[in-house]
Design a protein around this ligand. Sequence first.
Ligand SMILES: *Cc1c(COP(=O)(O)O)cnc(C)c1O
Length: 379
Amino acid sequence: MSNPKISLSSPHMGGDEQKFIQEAFDNNWIAPNGPGIFSFENDIENYLENVNVTALNSGTAAIHLGLVLLGVKKGDEVLVQTHTHVASVNPIIYQGATPVFIDSEVDTWNLCPVFLEKAITDRISKGQKPKAIIAVHIYGIPYKIEAIRTVADKYNIPILEDSAEALGSSYKGQKCGTFGDIGILSFNGNKIITTSGGGALITKTKAEKEKAIFFATQSKDPAPYYQHSEIGYNYRMSTICASIGRGQMKVLNNHVVSRRAMHDFYLDLFENVEGITVFSVPNEDYYSNYWLTTILIDSEKNNTINRETIRLALEQENIESRPLWKPMHLQPIFKEYPYYGSNIAQSLFENGLCLPSGSNLTAMERAKIRRVVLKLYQR
Ligand SMILES: *Cc1c(COP(=O)(O)O)cnc(C)c1O
């Protein structure tokens, strides 16, 4: 009997993507430049409002260029939340800078403002003021926007807002991606919309956007030949990917509705299950796209079932689930770098699980997930 896999989050095409790709072919605008890319950037600018958007070939590239624009250089220190995807951190290393890891708070699982400030004052007392803060809206839940901004402004340190997972989320009605001094998005295959692979840099000014495009296209000086006075990168998005993105922008709102419906499905499923909390926004100011729905398992309340029992039961039925991000300060590659916290992120990793959350999951797939979970709790 076939038992097709249920994924955490898979690409979900809207229908117009191929039409826009055809348009690129018809105009022979295949290169990473031209009207297809400008249209995609326009779509995102209209959606986010009052920002400038540069389409790039990955979210990782966007974070890297963001650090370059913020002037992060060799020997600098960059504060970053430990509970995140590795792409929030690797670009710090690309620049020859040092990551300083900060724990989560329990309300949003993002950057803890208390440990953030502790880290800043401690780094200053050791002789160096950190150059930037990377704040992440993990799983689509906005970080504590006001508290983090207050700390950043107090010490005059810019925020790079990693909104890779939070396109469609907002705080007090303002869209995620627009809160940082610089923001980034990802359109990787597993994100809420995808260009197959891609990302974007979000800046406040047109001048920063122009500078980003300059860096992203090998930093060519204005000359009839190839002359370079600065290090450049090959980070621009291809028109084919941007064409997919134009189609995806048309269905972004639908995807947000569907992901939020998946979150409601899990709230209902676990409503009467002792010891399981479906992670949700702390209050009405926060609006999450619920890119992934996650649960915390309190194994003290439920001594026979832990994170692995649930994960393995799902896996046996070919349903994908995954532990929450393993903290970056516990990664073998980053273990030598400073960390400020009280092991909240570590406890999340040990007790938390991401569940299938795609906007394209069918009623039958949901019924199967329900069946497997309920079976676990039958004595
Ligand atoms: C996916 C992701 C990225 C990286 O984006 P890519 O497009 O895959 O390079 C960065 N930060 C976070 C939090 C992510 O989830």
